[in-house]
Design a binder for this molecule. Structure first.
Ligand SMILES: [Mn+2]
Length: 392
């Protein structure tokens, strides 16, 4: 009998893909599509064949083209619903396409044109209804054109105000309609030439605290986007966890200093990917793990399936490595030695009081001895490498 695959994904892993990710036809700025376009129902069928997938997410126009008639829309939705049932997939997240159509060439919520700004809000309200029809509970906001090609065109303070107005408006619509969505803001530094406002997840976290209903809004950090900005993605995820704002996560990969690559998760940055997995496991993240990436331009149908299966397999392998890391005696011993706990000092620094301040001022520290304490990070890092490479 064949041995059971220990890395096989199951719906309990909450792995999700987007209609736009597995359905990506391989087009890029320099070349036409290399794969036939699949209908939403066909994409669901593909994911069903891959197996172990929890759900599929969409932008409004991934499902219903922007110019579809009412009758066409109903037919597409019927076919999609049937495919979802057959493949046993859910729709945990929905979002709005506020970037493809030329109407958004100068932005959506931050367009200089009040008509476009209102249209963007209308389109998002309709998108929220569409997502709700399929049971989505997370609504992502990714402002693909919310920026400027040139700083001469917009007042960035005013634009930030318009963005706030839009999110405040839509939060209240969410409440009025009882959709029960949690909003997740996704940052990206540039797209493709434009400089996007609130370019990193940290900016979004700061922005959220200025909203009318901040509890409704969190973030959807994306691996590739933060790497494009030169940031350490595990640290970005940690910041979102600490703020209680990790509502969703986009897993993919990206090489630093490169144009947006949207590579398969863990295909490039093994170490960062490992630490993202470690954070989500150690801090018990229970939301969807969404692979916002697409297959190589050279991939055919079978290879797109390999891309989807590989994304989940890589996560499961890293997950197993995290458990191994967490119970590896030598690694844990080293970590234990590195952490020096002094409960009596920790009590003093935990909260300010006049007495605590005085006690700390009077405490004696041997600066030279402290500096001489060993920090065997070279050993620790090599143990991590050995573990990741399967020789430990
Ligand atoms: Mn994304």
């Amino acid at each position: 009998m064949a041995k059971q695959n220990p890395y096989a994904p199951t719906p309990a892993d909450r792995f999700t893909f987007g209609l736009w990710t597995v359905g990506n036809p391989g087009r890029d700025p320099f070349g036409e599509p290399t794969r036939p376009r699949l209908s939403p129902a066909q994409i669901v069928e593909l994911l069903g064949q891959v197996g172990g997938v929890h759900g599929v997410n969409f932008h409004d126009n991934d499902l219903v083209p922007i110019d579809a008639t009412q009758a066409e829309a109903e037919q597409i939705k019927r076919d999609f619903r049937k495919a979802l049932r057959r493949a046993r997939l859910r729709v945990p997240m929905a979002t709005t396409n506020l970037f493809t159509d030329p109407v958004f060439k100068d932005g959506a919520f931050t367009s200089n044109d009040a008509d476009v700004r209102a249209y963007a809000i209308q389109k998002t309200m309709n998108g929220m209804h569409l997502g709700a029809e399929f049971g989505a509970k997370t609504y992502v906001f990714w402002g693909g054109r919310e920026g400027t090609d040139t700083n001469v065109s917009k007042d960035p303070v005013q634009a930030t105000g318009w963005f706030r107005e839009a999110i405040n408006f839509l939060c209240r619509y969410n409440r009025d309609q009882r959709f029960g969505y949690r909003f997740a803001l996704e940052a990206k530094p540039n797209e493709p030439r434009g400089h996007i406002f609130a370019p990193v997840t940290g900016s979004m976290l700061g922005f959220i605290s200025t909203l009318d209903l901040p509890d409704m809004v969190g973030v959807n950090p994306e691996f590739a986007h933060e790497q494009m900005a030169g940031l350490n993605f595990p640290q970005v995820v940690a910041e979102a966890i600490d703020a209680g704002k990790l509502f969703h996560i986009d897993l993919n990969d990206q090489e630093a200093g490169r144009f947006d690559q949207d590579l398969r998760f863990a295909s490039q940055s093994y170490k960062h990917a490992f630490f993202v997995a470690k954070l989500l496991i150690d801090y018990r993240y229970r939301g969807p793990k969404h692979f916002d990436s697409h297959a190589y331009r050279t991939a055919d149908y079978a290879d797109v399936k390999a891309f989807a299966a590989g994304s989940m397999r890589s996560w499961k392998i890293l997950e197993a490595k995290v458990y191994r890391f967490n119970r590896d005696r030598r690694i844990q011993n080293l970590l234990g030695k590195i952490h020096h706990d002094r409960p009596q000092l920790a009590r003093l620094t935990r909260r300010y009081s006049k007495q605590n301040a005085k006690a700390i001022l009077n405490a004696e520290f041997n600066r030279k001895k402290l500096a001489a304490r060993p920090l065997p990070y070279e050993q620790l890092d090599q143990l991590l490498f050995d573990l990741l490479m399967g020789v430990r």
